[in-house]
Design a protein around this ligand. Structure first.
Ligand code: THU
Length: 134
């Protein structure tokens, strides 16, 4: 199985664990990190709506907890005929751990519909050099 079909299958499976009783829109995400590991996440909503988290957010947290440092590919999957894309906040979250050529794979249940690079989706990401890094 190639890496994109592996990510597709992981996202398809984890989507089934999404907690989305409010929107009823279940999303799965799967990351391939630059060190060759895979990580998954699903959306987790909350009765206090802004407290909910996106699938991408969960997958990124899992990656950091797993000690990987960089996203090489991230696949996002929902049961939608419209192309589902990461929200603006998640693009910024992805950007924190990804190079501009990081691949974002957009999928629905029937397969991967589009592959875009992070720089195409977020060409003017917030990066303030005066904000301190460790
Ligand atoms: N959602 C994600 O998890 N990822 C996306 O890329 C888009 C939206 C979630 C948030 C919310 O739980 C539901 O989908 C409807 O917006």
């Amino acid at each position: 199985m190639n890496t994109s079909s592996q990510l597709f299958e992981l996202a398809r499976q984890v989507r089934q664990h999404a907690y989305a009783p409010y929107s009823r829109f279940a999303v799965g995400a799967a990351i391939l990190s630059s060190d060759g590991k895979t990580y998954i996440g699903c959306n987790v909503e909350n009765i206090s709506y802004p407290c909910g988290s996106c699938a991408e957010q969960g997958a990124i947290s899992a990656m950091i907890a797993g000690k990987s440092k960089e996203i090489s590919q991230i696949l996002i999957l929902a049961d939608s005929q419209e192309l589902i894309t990461p929200c603006g906040a998640c693009l910024q979250r992805i950007k924190e751990f990804a190079a501009p050529d990081c691949e974002i794979l957009l999928a629905n249940l029937s397969g991967i519909k589009k592959v875009l690079k992070l720089q195409e989706m977020l060409p003017y990401a917030f990066e303030a050099p005066e904000v301190g890094h460790e």
